[in-house]
Design a protein around this ligand. Structure first.
Ligand code: 2M8
Length: 443
């Protein structure tokens, strides 16, 4: 049964205080993966979900940045490239980390984790503990990454989470690719046709090295304002407002910040039915057909006509009626149904767009929720899926695919049975494993 199997994947990928995205391909803790994992774990073990986020924020830097990878010292250097020796940096806690970030979906996750057990004193204490850290995470982006137009930029394709999206091709083509200086570990686990090319990897390594050599301060050849990243930032402010209210702080500044970001996005990133990335240096829009451009549907303050146009694009350009949302529009020449972020459907990206769709178009929301469940039922908890055949790609037993299905089951139901929610998942969690985890992190 799908829910039991999902919990099993999450239990198998748990490392005592956090969850690895995949045992073999990604053997450390990743930033936005942990947020999605916490959203799913909250459904059967709020305790474990709280530990997941607190472990990640335990590696937060003094400037507020939350590194995109927190390295597990027990895992050998050669297990993942680029590992700690490449990044050459430690968090104040002493833990080795990377020096770049990922989309800030963590305030949303923290609120969901709280909502799973809203009356528990542990849950309230968790909110009070994590709130200042989430605020510092946003503060880092405002201080280090904000342009005059009020948008925040990313300095590496890995920061987008959608690493080799065709949306980055033009900017990446300008990056001088030196030798990688290491052996790629990913190809030992996943077929080369489903991963970025060597050329991509050389450029990723060159960009990360250049940023590292400025002390992780100055952007190099890659600096873009990504619609997914900026939408995540605004959504974070909305959730910080909810959290602030709950713990007796002032929600108003967060609401204002969310509204300001929403307006800046509409003014500078929106064009003709889709949000696009922008080059902050030239002010030019980097038009593409990336599904990142649909993620702003999550913004509650989006003007109605913009939301309707996005839904139109979801239907026409992304063929959302099929149930799964491709990461890149199938009609575009760069579309590739099997290669990493160049076309396949990902559960986390589809889930984010689903958040915006289900409020505005419950019929499409239901279709997409069923689509995600159908994909994992057909192919297992794969990393990504062919949007049309549902064939699974990338690694197996992938954490966020498992976690978010638990959330979908709780919110939407499974096989048209809404009662799949709540208690059933908790019961399965209890059967699969006891809840005595992460005590050292929560203490
Ligand atoms: C992928 O990215 C990493 C680099 O961060 C990689 O390819 O090695 C992306 O899908 C990213 O979004 C994700 O967080 C990470 C771990 O699942 O894997």
């Amino acid at each position: 049964m799908i829910l039991r199997d999902a919990v099993r994947v999450l239990v198998a990928n748990w490392d005592g205080s956090h969850t690895v995205p995949s045992r073999r391909l990604y053997p450390h803790q990743w930033s936005w993966d942990s947020a999605f994992v916490a959203i799913g774990n909250a459904r059967w073990s709020p305790r474990r979900a709280r530990a997941e986020l607190l472990t990640l924020f335990g590696a937060q830097w003094r400037d507020g940045r939350v590194p995109h990878i927190v390295f597990n010292p027990a895992v050998p250097e050669g297990a993942y490239f680029p590992g700690p020796e490449f990044w050459e940096v430690r968090a104040p806690s002493g833990t080795a980390t990377s020096g770049i970030v990922q989309p800030p979906v963590h305030a949303l996750a923290a609120w969901r984790v709280h909502q799973a057990a809203p009356d528990s004193p542990d849950s309230r204490a968790f909110l009070s503990r994590i709130y200042p850290r989430l605020v510092a995470q946003q503060q880092f982006l405002r201080t280090a990454r904000r342009s005059q137009e009020g948008l925040v930029s990313i300095v590496h394709p890995w920061e987008s989470g959608m690493d080799n999206s065709p949306a980055w091709d033009r900017v990446l083509a300008e990056v001088e690719a030196g030798p990688m200086g290491a052996v790629r570990r990913d190809l030992a686990h996943v077929s080369a046709e489903e991963r970025p090319t060597d050329r991509d990897y050389e450029r990723y390594a060159a960009l990360a090295r250049a940023y590292r050599d400025t002390g992780y301060r100055r952007a190099g050849a890659f600096e873009v304002e990504c619609p997914l990243f900026n939408a995540a930032y605004a959504v974070a402010e909305h959730h910080l407002a909810l959290i602030a209210e709950r713990i007796g702080c002032d929600p108003e500044p967060h609401e204002q910040e969310a509204a300001a970001m929403t307006s800046a996005m509409v003014e500078h990133l929106y064009d003709d039915g889709l949000f696009h990335a922008r080059d902050p240096r030239s002010g030019r829009l980097l038009r593409s057909h990336s599904a990142a451009g649909l993620v702003p549907l999550m913004l509650p303050g989006l003007p109605r006509e913009v939301a309707s146009a996005l839904i139109g694009s979801a239907l026409d350009r992304f063929e959302v009626k099929g149930g799964l949302i491709p990461s890149f529009a199938p009609g575009a020449p760069e579309f590739d149904a099997a290669r990493y972020w160049r076309g396949p459907s990902w559960i986390n990206l589809t889930w984010l767009i689903w958040q915006g769709l289900r409020e505005r178009r419950p019929d499409l929301g239901a279709l997409v929720a069923d689509g995600m469940v159908r994909a994992v039922t057909h192919a297992g908890f794969r990393e990504y899926f062919d949007p049309f055949t549902l064939e699974g790609h990338g690694c197996r037993d992938f954490s966020w695919s498992a976690a978010l299905v638990l959330d979908i089951a709780a919110e939407h139901g499974l096989d048209g049975v809404p009662a799949a929610s709540g208690q059933v998942i908790q019961e399965i969690g209890r059967l699969v494993e006891g809840d005595h985890v992460g005590d050292h992190v929560l203490a």
